[in-house]
Design a protein around this ligand. Sequence first.
Ligand SMILES: Cc1ncc(COP(=O)(O)O)c(C=O)c1O
Length: 374
Amino acid sequence: MAFTLEDLPIRDDLRGQSPYGAPQKHVRVQLNVNENTHPVPAEVADDIVESIRQALATVNRYPDREFSELRRSLTDYLNGGLEGPALLTPEQLWAANGSNEVLQQLLQAFGGPGRSVLGFPPTYSMHSILASGTGTRWIPAERDAEFGISPETVAAAIAEHQPDIVFLCGPNNPTGTPLPIETIAAAYDATDGIVMVDEAYAEFMPDDAPSALTLLPGRERLVVSRTMSKAFAFAGARVGYLAAHPAVIDAIRLVRLPYHLSALTQAAAVAALRHAPAMLAMVDDIKQQRDRMITELQDMGYRTYESWSNFVLFGGVADPHAAFEALLDEDVIVRDLGIPNHLRVSAGTAEETTAFLDAMRRVAAVQPPVRVDA
Ligand SMILES: Cc1ncc(COP(=O)(O)O)c(C=O)c1O
């Protein structure tokens, strides 16, 4: 018999687990992992390459452990979308290799054995996996109808479970559901622990919708995480960040690996942020394609949900696995998350969206949409 990881003296709590990861298939229309399907504009790519070239001149040295220039750039970017007292300072910013690493560092600092984190499934599946990897107990709580979380619901769950950390996701992945600002404030008031709001999809919210960042003043235990992977079309560069009180950043410094952000990553991210408007130029188009998906899926008879993100969850799929495979046969990949009768699809370019919708019409002809209640 072949030697497997089960034969190793691995941690008991990791036995039998599977690594996270959507299939990475080479398909023409890839709409399965909520990426921005638009490439980085060529002139921005040139500037990024030039910045990396310059950084290479000193790559024999360790990088700036505090990534000061990147923190200043991220601060300017966030402040550009904020007003008045919510203005942030670089001391409130922290970055890592994707927001996944930011969240892991947060759990390393504030979670761990003997501690717990409360979340509201269905939500981003890495939240519970990161909890498990850091030995933090994951407590799943119930959402309201239509996947919402009211201030009362969040306060009741916190009162019942007394978690050390609360993870909220707004807009929520995989449902796209908005997270009311009142719910975040109610969560904060209901706990003495850390409240972390994962805003990976913030740039896809309506322009007048307030971010959790506006709640930061006076809330020292509130943390807001963001990423350059989605709206910024920078998933392959791996840059995520958070904003919080400087004391939270001090706590994360205790667990981060020294020099965790490479000089090349820092240079690339700073250059990309110099071109924020060009990098974000496609956001409005993506939002339009998302809304088009919702309308046309509804017309086909599927059940859709309000989405403030760059993807759409839709229900009424008689056999999600068969539908997934049928789409794959047409060179379109979506996500089957194991939610009965549902699939999730990321908004693509106009052409990709058309290809998905046309393929979906053919799927609907073979397996007509069924009724679902949520
Ligand atoms: C809600 C949410 N948070 C965080 C992430 C991770 O993003 P990153 O690429 O910054 O690690 C994702 C990725 O899909 C996500 O959906």
